[in-house]
Ligand binder design. Structure first.
Ligand code: SF4
Length: 208
């Protein structure tokens, strides 16, 4: 089932039966980013904080394993799914192999998601842990930094276990969720998900 179809099928949450969302902690303003800050404020994600019929669970995989502040890390030689399968590695800027800690954190996030019976995850795209659509391909500080289509380590594990993930940049999908949470919300049909924007389609040379 595609994410859009799944989102359309979500029930109408109530205060008594709130929508159970798992969110990258930094998206809620928690200062768990690599430099000890939150990764900026994303109104698209912050909107959920004050909804009485949403039960938000937050988790930062990298902080769980490495604390904050910490080094920046990226996936080398593949995607998060490849890291889970032992075919790619997560390396820090200084070359330390964080693969094991990233896999451990992914399993912790999955455990939380399953225990909380999470219905939807909203995660920070591009991250080596939380990215769901786009991640760096190797070192983001390389002179010729590259992106690849794929998920980070935690997102890949959640997906493998059937958890639907959207990112803070999937504006069309978010519109559907907003309208589920607030029935008075009027969906803006002009919004696009990250994989639909010009940058994504041009960068990955996808035909329109
Ligand atoms: S690991 Fe995820 S939650 Fe933690 S700072 Fe990075 S993107 Fe945010």
């Amino acid at each position: 089932m595609t994410n859009r179809v799944y989102l359309q099928s979500l029930r109408q949450p109530t205060v008594e039966q709130p929508l159970r969302i798992l969110m990258s902690a930094c998206l809620t303003g928690i200062t768990c980013g690599y430099d000890g800050s939150a990764n900026g404020e994303y109104p698209s994600a912050m909107w959920f904080l004050n909804q009485p019929n949403v039960r938000l669970t937050t988790f930062c995989p990298e902080e769980f394993s490495f604390g904050a502040p910490r080094e920046m890390c990226d996936i080398h030689g593949g995607t998060g799914a490849d890291v889970l399968d032992g075919k790619a590695r997560v390396l820090t800027e200084s070359g330390i192999d964080w693969s094991e800690g990233m896999i451990k954190a992914a399993h912790k996030m999955l455990e939380i998601a399953q225990r909380q019976e999470i219905e939807l995850a909203i995660m920070m795209d591009i991250s080596a842990a939380c990215g769901s659509q786009v991640i760096y391909d190797g070192n983001r500080f390389a002179p010729e930094k590259k992106y690849q289509i794929g998920a980070g380590v935690s997102a890949a594990l959640l997906m493998r276990h059937g958890i639907h993930i959207i990112s803070q940049r999937d504006y069309a999908s978010l519109e559907i969720v907003y309208a589920k949470v607030d029935p008075t919300y009027v969906i803006d049909p002009s919004r696009k998900d990250h994989h639909e924007i010009d940058w994504y389609r041009n960068y990955f040379q996808l035909s329109n």
